[in-house]
Design a protein around this ligand. Structure first.
Ligand code: FES
Length: 321
């Protein structure tokens, strides 16, 4: 996918306050036709014209994949973030028109599993909402363990309990209950796969606990999109395009390259998929690698960077773009 890839013009048909910090947005195709089908775990990139900045943020689709008349996403407002979630909360209401990408799935259900152990933290519940409708329809065994700060701040707690009964366990930080990861990974039937989505610290804890208990890598799945960090402004040189591009404090390198009119590939825009990997021709300074894609050796080589989330500090950075 790149900024030039086919896009979908959608109209916002409904905005719902789910919790004081989370809103749900429903989009239908502006031409009234069906939207492309997708599978549970897929995301779309939502484009937002925020003043002079064009933001493109990924959001998981949470509506049932069989439903192509509309898509829904849930967005947690991040007051410390770069502004995408605040823009959606503040500026987008019923009737607003937006451009989104076609769905891409980097967190699909692994249908080889005989059972799915799903662990979600906070807004990390959203990809599982779509996945669980598919698992239920396929009569594939699953259980969801969902950690929230409190029942009031947790999205869709009542709905999940009502729909899925004892397949769902909810853990509330304000009541001191915690996902019993040690017990869960120690006591699963052969062929179970574990999927986790939530804050980085929680995902690392769950995955490392499972690995320590002997779970094989092929049975572990996670969705780890990172929001681009803000930082000091700098200039990146694009050798093939013969351009020097300023990257502002609140802009990602990828956004700055796109704003300069240079097409660049992307899929997750969150440092996870590898699609935006770019060759570094020269670097006089420090690359601030924020992705989870490059290996330690690749970072040490100083020849690659993921411009969707990584930044630079120093005198000059020259990319092969
Ligand atoms: S777009 Fe996926 S790592 Fe950059």
């Amino acid at each position: 996918m790149s900024s030039a890839a086919p896009k979908i013009l959608v109209t916002t048909t409904e905005v719902t306050d789910v919790t004081p910090m989370i809103k749900r947005f429903r989009f239908a195709a502006a031409d009234g036709g069906p939207l492309p089908s997708f599978s549970g775990g897929a995301h779309v990139i939502v484009e937002m014209h925020d003043g002079s900045v064009l933001r493109r943020n990924p959001y998981s689709l949470m509506s049932p994949p069989s439903q192509t008349s509309s898509y829904t996403i849930s967005v947690r407002r991040d007051d410390a973030g770069r502004g995408g979630s605040r823009f959606l909360h503040r500026e987008v209401g019923p009737g607003s028109t937006l451009t989104i990408s076609r769905p891409v799935n980097l967190f699909p259900i692994d249908w080889r599993a005989r059972k799915h152990l799903l662990i979600a933290g906070g807004i990390g519940i959203t990809p599982f909402l779509a996945q669980m409708t598919q698992l239920l329809a396929a009569a594939t065994p699953f259980e969801l363990h969902y950690a929230v700060r409190s029942r009031e701040q947790g999205a869709y707690v009542d709905e999940l309990e009502e729909l899925y009964g004892d397949r769902v366990s909810v853990y509330c930080g304000d009541r001191g209950t915690r996902v019993p990861v040690d017990d869960l990974v120690a006591d699963q039937p052969l062929g179970t796969h574990l999927s986790v989505c939530g804050p980085t610290g929680m995902m690392e804890w769950v995955l490392s606990t499972a690995r320590a208990a002997g779970w094989p890598e092929h049975a572990l799945h996670h969705e780890r999109f990172l929001a681009p960090a803000s930082g000091k402004p700098y200039v990146v040189t694009l050798a093939l395009s013969k351009l020097s591009v300023p990257v502002s404090e609140q802009q990602s390198m990828l956004e700055a390259i796109e704003a300069a009119g240079v097409p660049a590939p992307y899929m997750c825009r969150g440092g996870a998929c590898g699609e935006c990997e770019t060759t570094v021709l020269a670097c006089d300074g420090t690359m601030l690698h924020n992705d989870v894609f490059l290996s330690a050796e690749e970072r040490a080589s100083g020849t690659k960077i993921m411009p969707c989330v990584s930044r630079f500090e120093g005198r000059s950075l020259v990319l092969q773009r």
